[in-house]
Design a binder for this molecule. Structure first.
Ligand code: GLN
Length: 186
C-alpha cells in the first residue's frame, strides 16, 4: 500500500520512518503531481498557517480535499488536525474543513508549550502523548468518535475515514497508532 505524506512543511520525515518500518510504501507529497495512486494520507505537524498557504499556492488543497471527501484514510497530527478542522476558534482560516470539529490553536498557552500525557487513545491503552504547541478540540459533532481526552479536553477523534490527533505519535517508539491507521486501509 502507498501512503502519501504531506511534505510541504513540518515533521513529515518522522511519519515516513515509522510507516516504512511497518512495511508501508511512502511518497512525500511536495507538489500537485505527487498526488496519485494513494491508499492513505498523512498530514503531519508543523505550522498550519504555513502549510495551508503552501497548499493553496501549490494548488494541492483541492485535489487532497477531494481525496479526503472520497474516503481515503487520513491520519492527521497537530497542525494536520487544524488543516482538517471545519472551524478554528482563534483563526479565521479553514483549510480542508472536512472534519466536523471546532479546534483551538496553541490552546495550552506559552507555559505549557510542550508536555506529555499517558492515556488511552481509542482501544490503545497507555499511549504516551507528546504535545507541542498543540491545539485541542473544543467541540465535535455527535457522529465523531472521541479517541482521547486530556484534562477534559478532546485531543483525538475519528470521523469516518479521518483520524485527527492533537499530539505526535510519530515521535514515539510505540507504533500502535500508525499500525492501527494502516489496519484501516484495505
Ligand atoms: N502550533 C501549530 C499550529 O497552530 C501546531 C503545532 C504542531 O503541529 N506541533 O499550526
Amino acid at each position: 500500500m502507498r501512503i502519501g505524506i504531506l511534505a510541504v512543511q513540518g515533521a513529515f520525515e518522522e511519519h515516513q520512518s515509522v510507516l516504512q518500518s511497518l512495511g508501508a510504501e511512502t511518497i512525500l507529497l511536495r507538489q500537485k503531481s505527487d498526488i496519485k495512486d494513494l491508499d492513505g494520507l498523512v498530514l503531519p505537524g508543523g505550522e498550519s498557517t504555513v502549510q495551508g498557504k503552501l497548499l493553496q499556492d501549490l494548488d494541492m488543497l483541492k485535489p487532497l480535499k477531494d481525496l479526503i471527501n472520497n474516503g481515503i484514510p487520513v491520519l492527521a497530527t497537530c497542525a494536520g488536525l487544524i488543516l482538517l478542522a471545519e472551524k478554528i476558534s482563534n483563526d479565521d482560516n479553514t483549510w480542508f474543513g472536512t472534519l466536523p470539529v471546532l479546534v483551538k490553536r496553541n490552546a495550552y498557552g506559552r507555559q505549557l508549550g510542550s508536555f506529555y500525557h499517558k492515556g488511552d487513545v481509542g482501544n490503545i491503552s497507555d499511549f504516551n502523548m507528546t504535545f507541542i504547541r498543540a491545539p485541542y478540540i473544543v467541540s465535535a459533532s455527535d457522529n465523531t468518535r472521541v479517541l482521547a481526552t486530556v484534562n477534559n479536553h478532546i485531543v483525538g477523534v475519528q470521523y469516518k475515514n479521518q483520524i485527527g490527533l492533537a499530539f505526535h505519535p510519530e515521535l514515539e517508539k510505540d507504533k500502535r497508532i500508525h499500525r492501527y491507521f494502516l489496519s484501516t486501509i484495505k
